[in-house]
Design a protein around this ligand. Structure first.
Ligand code: ZN
Length: 431
C-alpha cells in the first residue's frame, strides 16, 4: 500500500480519539513496544521500547537508547477532531413522529459540512462485566443519522449567510420509531446486553471515505486530516527512525480541540509524569531528568492553513503555504506557536539535509489565528520546541483537504528528526 492509502486506512479506522489511540497501540505492539500502566511499578532498561496510555485517548511512546540518554527528541500531535458528542439521554422523540439525537458540540467545527451527510456513531462505552466496569470501543460503522438542511424554498435567505444554532439546526434525524434506542444499537455492535451498558462517550462521525483527487491526484481529502495526518506522519517517522543517543518520544494528546485541559490533554501532568518515572526507572535523579529536558526538543505537529484558492486575501502577503509545498513552520509573535529562530533553524536544517522542503506560516497581522498544543505542553515540560504542520484547506470541516505528497514529506522529515540527537551547549545547539 502506498503511504496515502495507509493514511486513509488509519483515519477510517479511527473515527474517535479512542480508536486512534487503539490503532497506535497496535502499531506499537507489533513493532515490539511494551505497554506500561500508570497504576503499576515500572521497570525500564536501556534499549527498551515502551508506551503509556491515559484515558484510552492519549498515548506516549518512548524508545530508550542503549547507552545513558543524552537528551529528548519528542513530537506531539492530537488524537481528537471537532465533532458532535451525543448526550447520555440520547433520543428526542417528536414532534411530527421524528426521533432525533440529542447532541452538543465538541470543539469548534464548521457546521455546514455536517449537513446532508450519512453519519455514524462511535466512541467508548462502559459496560458492566463480571462485577467490574469495562471500557469498550464502539463503532456502529453504518449510517444511523443525518442532519438535514432546510430546503431553499423554505428559507430563501439561506445562501446569504446562516447562523447554525447547535440546539436547533444541528440535531440529527435518527429514526421514525422511538423503539430502537442508541444503547440497543451499541449493545448489538458490542455483543452485550443493553442493560449492561452503564454510560457512554459517543460521537457522530461522517461515513464519507477519504480519497485522492485532482488532475494529477495531487490532493487528499478525508475526515479528521487535522490532526491524524500529523499523527500518522510522526508515528511512521518514529517507527522507521534509527536509534540515537536521545530518548525518542511520540506524544499523542486528546482534547486539543477543547483546550487540552483534561487529565489526558497536553495541559496535564501526563508527559512530565511519564518522563519522570522513566528517568527514575533508568536510575536518573531529578537533576538528571532536568538535564534531559534541557537537552530536549519537541516538534509540535498540527496542520496549518494553506492559502485558499478563492480567498487568498485571508493569508499573509508573504507567507502563503501551498499544498505539496513541504512542511509548514508556524510562527507567531504573541507565542501562540512555540517556534523561535533557534527551533526553526533546528527543524529546517534537519529537513534540508533530508531534501524535504519547508515553508512559513504566519497569520495576517490583523487576524489572531488559532493555537495548538505545543506551548500548552511546554508549560509542564519546558524544552525547545517548533510548531509545524501540513498545509490544508477547510480546517475543522468534517471533510478536509491537503496535499497528497506532503504525507510522505512529513514521514521522511520525522524519520530524520527521530534519528538525531539534540544537545545544548550554552548558545550552541548540536543536532
Ligand atoms: Zn489540529
Amino acid at each position: 500500500m502506498d503511504i496515502n492509502s495507509e493514511l486513509l486506512s488509519f483515519i477510517s479506522r479511527s473515527p474517535t480519539a479512542f480508536h486512534a489511540v487503539e490503532n497506535i497501540r497496535r502499531f506499537l505492539l507489533s513493532a515490539g513496544y511494551r505497554e506500561l500502566f500508570e497504576g503499576e511499578d515500572w521497570t525500564v532498561a536501556p534499549g527498551d521500547r515502551v508506551f503509556v496510555r491515559r484515558n484510552g485517548s492519549s498515548i506516549i511512546a518512548l524508545r530508550i537508547p542503549a547507552q545513558t540518554p543524552a537528551g529528548l527528541m519528542l513530537a506531539a500531535a492530537h488524537s481528537d477532531s471537532p465533532s458532535f458528542k451525543i448526550k447520555d439521554n440520547a433520543l428526542i422523540a417528536g414532534p411530527d413522529g421524528y426521533v432525533r439525537l440529542n447532541v452538543e458540540k465538541y470543539g469548534g467545527m464548521l457546521c455546514a459540512p455536517w449537513l446532508d451527510r450519512p453519519l455514524s456513531v462511535a466512541g467508548r462505552v462502559t459496560v458492566r462485566q463480571d462485577g467490574a466496569l469495562v471500557s469498550r470501543l464502539c463503532d456502529l460503522q453504518r449510517p444511523v443519522a443525518l442532519i438535514p438542511n432546510v430546503a431553499i424554498h423554505m428559507d430563501r435567505t439561506v445562501n446569504e449567510g446562516k447562523n447554525y444554532a447547535a440546539h436547533v439546526d444541528m440535531l440529527p434525524l435518527y429514526s421514525l420509531s422511538p423503539d430502537r434506542s442508541l444503547d440497543a444499537l451499541a449493545a448489538e455492535s458490542l455483543g452485550v446486553a443493553e442493560g449492561d451498558i452503564v454510560s457512554k462517550d459517543l460521537f457522530l462521525y461522517p461515513l464519507a471515505p477519504g480519497m485522492l483527487w485532482g488532475a494529477e491526484e495531487e490532493f487528499i481529502s478525508s475526515p479528521r486530516l487535522d490532526d491524524l495526518q500529523c499523527v500518522f506522519g510522526c508515528l511512521n517517522g518514529f517507527l522507521e527512525a534509527e536509534d540515537s543517543q536521545s530518548i525518542a518520544g511520540l506524544c499523542v494528546f486528546d482534547n486539543e480541540e477543547v483546550g487540552s485541559g483534561t487529565r489526558q490533554g497536553a495541559d496535564s501532568t501526563l508527559l512530565g509524569d511519564v518522563l519522570r518515572r522513566v528517568c527514575a526507572a533508568l536510575g536518573l535523579d531529578e537533576s538528571g531528568y532536568l538535564r534531559l529536558v534541557a537537552n530536549g526538543f519537541m516538534v509540535s505537529a498540527d496542520n496549518a492553513h494553506a492559502v485558499h484558492p478563492n480567498h487568498g486575501e485571508y493569508a499573509d502577503r508573504n507567507d502563503r503555504p501551498r499544498m505539496n509545498g513541504g512542511i509548514v513552520i508556524k510562527y507567531n509573535a504573541n507565542a501562540r506557536y512555540t517556534t523561535d529562530s533557534v527551533s526553526a533553524a533546528v527543524f529546517a536544517e534537519i529537513c534540508r539535509a533530508e531534501g524535504v522542503d519547508v515553508q512559513c506560516f504566519t497569520n495576517r497581522a490583523d487576524k489572531p489565528g488559532g493555537s495548538t498544543l505545543g506551548n500548552i505542553s511546554l508549560a509542564h515540560v519546558s524544552l525547545d520546541c517548533v510548531d509545524i504542520g501540513l498545509a490544508q484547506l477547510a480546517m475543522h470541516s468534517c471533510y478536509e483537504t491537503s496535499g497528497a505528497r506532503d504525507t510522505e514529506a512529513l514521514v521522511r522529515a520525522m524519520r530524520a528528526y527521530y534519528s538525531r540527537s539534540y544537545r545544548r551547549e550554552g548558545d550552541t545547539v548540536h543536532i
